[in-house]
Design a protein around this ligand. Sequence first.
Ligand code: ZN
Length: 251
Amino acid sequence: MDDQEALSRAAQALFRAERCLVLTGAGISLESGIPTFRGPGGLWEGFRAEELATPEAFAANPARVWRWYRWRAAQYGDCVPNGGHEVIAKLEGRFPDFLLATQNVDGLHPRAGSQRLVELHGTITTMRCEICGALEPFPDPVGPDEDPIPRCDGCHGRMRPHILWFGEQYWPGVLERAMGAARDAEVVLVVGTSGQVWPPAMLALEAKRIGAFLIDVNPDATEISAAADVHLRGPSGELLPQLWERLLALG
Ligand SMILES: [Zn+2]
């Protein structure tokens, strides 16, 4: 199957379907300049992400963890959604039954206009009270001499980023909602996920197993692309707009 045929087949599958699940990972945000914080370039003040994004790190030094997240939030705020995020937001309007499940915490999907979404790992745009669970928007920047740890408006408890840390369980209902969509979906579009984070890969493979048409958009070959009906191989910021044009041409 050449690239043009792959695009056509993917567009036809999306055109015919009424129930669609989209799964996205870090790859979709690469073209927006979102750093992955992995590998040797991913250090912050000498720490790896795995040493900061844990409940243990937060318990030991909440100010350090907050300063890291505030730095990340500022970086993310400078990034903008790319053509891939925009196509997924537009795609939502074509399906009576639609869910976007993302591993990303960068907030670019909602900024692109996606509404029917579940952020599996939380979001850097929100913080949560450790005591009462209240959710509030991410705090405004503070100066270097100010306390970086925000407090809850309601109970004055300590706030933490509303992000799923290493070693934490998925929040109740989150995975179930995505799994329900995977079981119902006629077509599943996977974008920019390595397949190494297991729940999203499992959702895609389970949907395929029970009959969904599986489209993978990824520059690399992965476990998901190996199982996919169509593998669109390349950057999603280019391929998804091409796919959208094909879809519009069908009607
Ligand atoms: Zn509270």
